[in-house]
Design a protein around this ligand. Sequence first.
Ligand SMILES: *Cc1c(COP(=O)(O)O)cnc(C)c1O
Length: 375
Amino acid sequence: MIPFNIPLRVEKEINYIQQVLNNKKISGDGEFTKRCHEWLERNFQAKKALLTTSCTHALEMAALLLDIQEGDEVIMPSYTFVSTANAFVLRGAKIVFVDVRPDTMNIDETKIEAAITERTKVILPVHYAGVSCEMDMIMELAERYNLFVVEDAAQGVMSKYKGKALGTIGHLGAYSFHETKNYSCGEGGALLINDDRFIERSEIIREKGTNRSRFLRGQVDKYSWVDVGSSYLPSELNAAMLLAQLEQAEKVNEQRKLLWETYYRLLKLLDLELQDVPEHCEANGHLFYMKTADLQERTTLIDYLSRHEVYAAFHYVPLHTSEAGKKFSVFSGEDQYTTMESERLLRLPMYYSLSIKEVEMICELIHRFYEGVRS
Ligand SMILES: *Cc1c(COP(=O)(O)O)cnc(C)c1O
């Protein structure tokens, strides 16, 4: 049996978690949280990294930091996870969806400008499958129209765009360490702050609207309520598990890329449409997808694979077609690809402990499936 996902486990987790229990400092912002911050800042050249309880919460922090008000507009793809939109809807924003490119399933950068209005505040690129959006053009647009860029890099940890780590290019970036992602602590995330203007306030918002971080550094002699905020910091137990995984990130990333390349090479022989990684992007093998002819072929293939105990999965149902999406969002321009391409997209098993042999076996099954379909 080959499941769709198995969460990453590494040896040192237990050891680090034991240290937390011995230290008797289990709440947030202890030694392990600090070490995670340092690791992220050093390895990704980030100005400031703050662990959060989820990527959802990192995005909520971004909406608070950017002072999103009732009626402000946020531009994003409809082909994404609910949290990308919800974090801003919670502040009263109107979501403006832009179509995706069929080759990467990322927001089509050439269609963003037409969606900008006087109310637009934020462009929110989602780096689907850990493959970067066209950040040069997005940053240039943001500068020209005086907008902020928040990167949803939930799937993009260890990926790069022209040599820069995803999440460090926009004003703010958000990572996820949920168990379905490349590195995880069950539930967790991080906010990357790449603009000095937001650094001090980000610590306050994350600590219930207090200046507790400054107090802990000895910069003020007591801490008090200074701003809006919530509790966005994870416990040391989560940080300990995460640090153990981050320390193995290079090795894990190489293995995932190898699995990804094996899928790509073997399925390319079938002339299927596969995920493209543009030349100037370095991806992290977060997920592997192929496209079927249509929805019906995808359903048949999912059934076929599951009868052989291989579990494949479709992905997002476009947000603008959902019940809440109809209330809180509009689609700018034409839905040329979002709905059609999302119905054809199929994700194959992808996780660190998957073997090359298993990938070969899955590809062999898919070859056999298409021999049947095409004959
Ligand atoms: C996983 C994911 C999220 C949410 O991450 P959580 O850590 O579970 O809150 C947000 N956006 C995208 C694109 C994701 O893949």
